[in-house]
Design a protein around this ligand. Structure first.
Ligand code: PEP
Length: 253
C-alpha cells in the first residue's frame, strides 16, 4: 500500500544552530503518524548526522540527502556518494530536483544513473519531475513529464520502480507562492500514475507514492493532499517553519 509522505526540502538554508532549533521545535509539537504515514527531512549535508541523531528511534521518520553523485567513491572533489550517506544512516535521497536540473545541468540520463545507484544500494530515491511555465502555458506538461519518467525511470524493472517515491513539482509553483490548484495536481498526478500503469501494471502504479511539490503550506495542504492521486507533499519554504511544517504533517490524509 502506498505511503502518505510529508517531505521537507530545506535546500541551502539555515545555520547549524537554526537547523537544530527547527528540529527541536518540531519534535516538541504534537503529531501522530499512523503506520501508513512518513515524514522525511531533506537537509543540507553538514547537518545530516545531527538530524539523524535527533530523530533516532522515531517511527516512520527519515532523513534524506538532497543529492548524491553517480559514483561510489574516488577522485570527485566536492561530491558525496551513496556509500558515504549510508555510512551515516541516510537512506533516502532527493534526486533530480528542478534546481539541480537547472543550475547544475542534471540530465534525465544522469538522473537515471543516480536512481540506479540508489536502488542498487537499497536507498530510496525521491525522484522529482515537473514542467517549466513555458510548457504549462502551451498545455504540454503531460508530454514533458512523460519524457522525464521514460528517460530516468522506465528502464527499471517492476521490483525496482515500486521502491521509488515520485515528487511532481511544477517549476512555476516552486518557491513562487503560486500553487497549482488541487485539480491541476490531481490531473497530472493521475496521468503519471497511468503512465506507470501502462509501463508496468495497475498494481505497481497503485503502490507508488506520488507527492506534489510547489508552494505547499499549512493553509492549502489538506485540500491538495485530499486528492486521490496526491500522496503527500515535498515542501520547501514552509518546511523551514516548525508550526507550518507540523500542520502539513498533520494534513496527511
Ligand atoms: C521544493 O523545494 O521542492 C519546493 C516545492 O519548494 P516550495 O515549497 O518552497 O515551493
Amino acid at each position: 500500500m502506498r505511503k502518505q509522505i510529508a517531505a521537507a526540502n530545506w535546500k541551502m538554508n539555515l545555520t547549524y544552530q537554526q537547523a537544530e532549533n527547527l528540529i527541536d521545535d518540531l519534535l516538541a509539537l504534537p503529531h501522530n503518524l499512523n503506520n501508513n504515514q512518513q515524514v522525511i527531512f531533506g537537509v543540507p549535508f553538514p547537518y545530516l548526522t545531527m538530524v539523524v541523531d535527533k530523530l533516532k528511534g522515531k517511527r516512520n521518520v527519515f532523513v534524506a540527502a538532497q543529492n548524491c553523485y553517480t559514483k561510489m567513491n574516488g577522485a570527485y572533489t566536492g561530491e558525496t556518494s551513496i556509500e558515504m550517506l549510508q555510512s551515516i544512516d541516510v537512506n533516502h535521497i532527493i534526486i533530480g530536483h528542478s534546481e539541480r536540473r537547472e543550475y547544475f545541468n542534471e540530465s534525465n540520463e544522469m538522473l537515471a544513473a543516480k536512481v540506479d545507484l540508489c536502488l542498487a544500494n537499497n536507498a530510496t530515491p525521491i525522484f522529482c519531475c515537473g514542467e517549466p511555465l513555458s510548457v504549462r502555458e502551451t498545455n504540454e506538461q503531460d508530454t514533458f513529464v512523460a519524457k522525464q519518467l521514460k528517460e530516468s525511470l522506465f528502464h527499471l524493472i517492476a521490483e525496482q520502480i515500486v521502491k521509488v517515491v515520485i515528487a511532481y513539482e511544477p517549476i512555476w509553483a516552486i518557491g513562487t507562492g503560486k500553487t497549482a490548484t488541487s485539480q491541476q495536481a490531481q490531473d497530472i498526478q493521475a496521468f503519471i500514475r497511468n503512465e506507470i500503469a501502462k509501463q508496468y501494471s495497475n498494481d505497481i502504479a497503485n503502490e507508488i507514492s506520488i507527492l506534489y511539490g510547489g508552494s505547499v503550506k499549512a493553509a492549502n495542504a489538506k485540500e491538495i493532499f485530499g486528492m486521490p492521486d496526491v500522496d503527500g507533499g515535498l515542501v520547501g519554504g514552509a518546511s523551514l517553519v516548525a508550526t507550518e511544517f507540523n500542520a502539513i504533517i498533520n494534513a496527511l490524509s
